[in-house]
Design a protein around this ligand. Structure first.
Ligand SMILES: *Cc1c(COP(=O)(O)O)cnc(C)c1O
Length: 378
């Protein structure tokens, strides 16, 4: 029996324990500490930016991004519908209302036309412009940031990039997460690098970063006793988890290169199959880390992605349906939505293939063969 092939398995570099051992040796078994500082320095250097704050989760980073942008009760926030719920949930944490925007077929990310339509229509309906825009680089694929930023600037609405899946992706030479006003990263176990659980918020200034650090450590004013003027959070990354992150930063470039190579193997292996397309960068402007390689079955294919998922599963291969859009989720049933069916179609016809950097060329060939055999039986 072959070993099971997982979708996106953690892939350690080897030096993670060294950083953790140092933390134990020096009793830095606490939130904050030298590993946190070092992890932030390495992230900032990699991203060619200055101000990165390590946090306990990508969701915490998105939440504090919204807090920094002043999102509060009664506000509306425009959010890409085709994403994981963690992009939208923090809008609700703030008592604000998510308004969902559809994707476009090139990148599968926020459609600039639908975004502008949503902005002008919300102004018409509510008398106010939405307070922020949450755009996602889904599966690592950069969104159309020039178009989105120019619309956002025209209406004076700040942009929070959800780059949880896109560490290592870039758009016109700029790293994803550093293009909008704030950017969120995730180091959950299934992401391109892991801290076992963690995230980071990329900030536009050292003042903003200081304030995020302040909020994430319970908003304690600098006095000899506990004194609070703002609502705080316990969102800082632990020094142990940051040690894993320091080890992972040593191999991040290799991890990106391997995910991109896996995408190429799939693109080559599946190109002969009529009706199955591998999602690729639409133009040279976008470089994806290809966190997950995704495929789309066109309408001529007589089976569903769910049929294919079950066939792969029976062959010991984990695959996953594409995200079910947020405007199709019961929990967001009353949220407004602007779109024309793009993300619904992607959900109906797409599938994520195993893409972890730990997978071998032989593993990928096994996935390709299983898909090819299943397809030829129909
Ligand atoms: C993983 C993920 C998040 C949340 O990150 P956590 O670290 O798990 O909280 C947010 N948005 C997207 C698109 C993600 O894939």
């Amino acid at each position: 029996m072959n070993d099971r092939i997982f979708l996106s398995f953690p892939h350690l570099g080897g030096n993670e324990m060294q950083y953790i051992n140092e933390a134990f040796r020096d009793s830095w078994v606490v939130p904050l500490g030298p590993n946190v500082d070092e992890f932030e320095r390495r992230l900032a250097a990699y991203l060619h930016t200055a101000d990165v704050v390590a946090l306990s989760a990508g969701t915490a980073a998105l939440h504090l991004g919204l807090v920094e942008l002043g999102v509060s009760a009664g506000d509306e926030v425009l959010c890409q519908s085709f994403t994981f719920a963690a992009s939208a949930n923090p809008v609700k944490y703030q008592g604000a209302r998510p308004v969902f925007v559809d994707s476009e077929p090139d990148t599968w990310n926020m459609c600039p036309e639908a975004l502008e339509r949503a902005i002008t229509d919300r102004k018409r309906v509510t008398g106010r412009y939405p307070k922020a825009i949450v755009v996602v680089h889904l599966y690592g694929m950069p969104a159309k940031m020039d178009e989105i930023m120019s619309i956002a600037r025209r209406y004076g609405i700040p942009v929070l990039e959800d780059a949880a899946e896109a560490l290592g992706s870039s758009y016109k030479g700029t790293m994803c997460g550093t293009i909008g006003d704030f950017g969120a990263l995730s180091f959950n176990g299934n992401k391109i690098i892991t801290t076992s659980g963690g995230g980071a918020l990329i900030c536009p200034s050292s003042e903003a970063a200081s304030h995020v650090k302040f909020l994430s450590t319970q908003a304690r004013e600098p006095r000899p006793y506990y004194y609070h003027k703002e609502i705080g959070y316990n969102y800082r990354l632990s020094n142990i988890c940051a040690g894993i992150g320091c080890g992972q930063m040593e191999v991040l470039e290799q991890r990106v290169a391997r995910r991109r190579a896996i995408h190429t193997l799939y693109a080559q292996g599946l190109k002969g199959i009529d009706g199955i397309s591998v999602h690729c960068e639409p133009t040279a402007d976008a470089i994806s880390n290809h966190w997950l390689t995704t495929i789309l079955l066109d309408d001529s294919v007589p089976y569903s992605p769910e049929d294919l998922r079950l066939a792969l599963d029976a062959a010991g291969i984990e695959s996953r349906r594409l995200w079910r859009p947020m405007h199709m989720q019961p929990v967001f049933a009353d949220a407004p939505f602007y779109g024309d069916g793009c993300s619904e179609h992607l959900f109906q016809r797409g599938l994520c293939l195993p893409s972890g950097s730990i997978l071998t060329d032989i593993d990928i060939a096994r996935v390709v063969d299983t898909i090819t055999n299943f397809h030829s039986k129909h």
